[in-house]
Design a protein around this ligand. Sequence first.
Ligand SMILES: Nc1nc2c(ncn2[C@@H]2O[C@H](COP(=O)(O)OP(=O)(O)OP(=O)(O)O)[C@@H](O)[C@H]2O)c(=O)[nH]1
Ligand SMILES: [Mg+2]
Length: 246
Amino acid sequence: MRGAVVVIPTYNEAENVKWLIPAVLNILEGAGWRAVVLVVDDSSPDGTADVVRWIAASRPRVDLLQRPGKLGIGSAYIDGFRRALERHGWADYICEMDADGSHPPETLLEMLEHAERSGADVVIGSRYVPGGGWVEGSIYRVLVSRGANLLARISTGVRVRDATSGFRVIRSTALQKIIDRLTELWSGYVFQVQLLHLLHDAGCRIEEYPLRFLPRKAGKSKLGGSEIARYAFWCLKTMLRRIMGR
Ligand SMILES: Nc1nc2c(ncn2[C@@H]2O[C@H](COP(=O)(O)OP(=O)(O)OP(=O)(O)O)[C@@H](O)[C@H]2O)c(=O)[nH]1
Ligand SMILES: [Mg+2]
C-alpha cells in the first residue's frame, strides 16, 4: 500500500480544518492510500489546534504539531517535513496543502496518482498549465501571482510555470536529500520557491498537474505587503548570485 503524509500549516483556520481533514483522509483512504494529515499550527488564537485535537480523538490518522506562536509558513513546513520524515517513515510521499479550501482534496489524489504513474519526484498543482486556473481570482491576486512567478523564474532559472504554488506532492526520498539545506531565514512565502530551487538543483524530476484554484472558504488571507517585499528581495539576491556565478 502506498503512503502519504499531507502537511497542512494553519493560522486561524478553525472553520476550514473541520471539513478539510476528514475530506482528505476519506478521499485518500477510499482510493487505497495509507494517509496521515499532519497539521502544523502556530497556536492560532481561534482555537484551530483544539478542533484538530477533537478530530484526532476519533481519527487516529491525524497528527498535530503545535508551535508557540506565528513563526511563518516556511518554517512551519520545515518543522512539518522533519516530523513527517522522522515519525512517518512509511510514507512514500510528503505533500503540501493549504488549509483554506483553495486546494481541492480530489486534486491531491490525482496528483499522487500522477506521481505514481509518471515516476516524477515532485508534482505541483499548477494554475498555469492547460486545464488549471483561478476560480474567481481577483485581478490583483492574479497579477501578484503572475509577477511572483516571473521573478521566481528569472531568479532561479527553474522552468516551472507555477513555482509559487503551495500544493505539491514530493517523493520522500527527494525531500530527504535537501531537507538540511532549507533555511528558516526565509520562512515566509518565498519558502516555496527556495524549496523548488533546491529540489531542481538536486536533479529531481518536476512535473505540473492542472489545479483549479478555489477562493478560500472561510477566514482571512495571511499574504500581506511585507511578505511580498521579502519575496522580491530574495529573488533579487538569488538572481545576483546566479549572474555572479555563485
Ligand atoms: N503555521 C502557520 N501557517 C501559516 C502561516 N501563515 C500562513 N499559514 C497557512 O498557510 C496556508 C496559506 O496561507 P493563505 O493565507 O491561504 O495564503 P494565500 O493562499 O496566499 O492567500 P489567500 O488566497 O488569500 O488565502 C494557510 O493554510 C494558512 O493558514 C504561519 O505563519 N504559520
Ligand atoms: Mg489561501
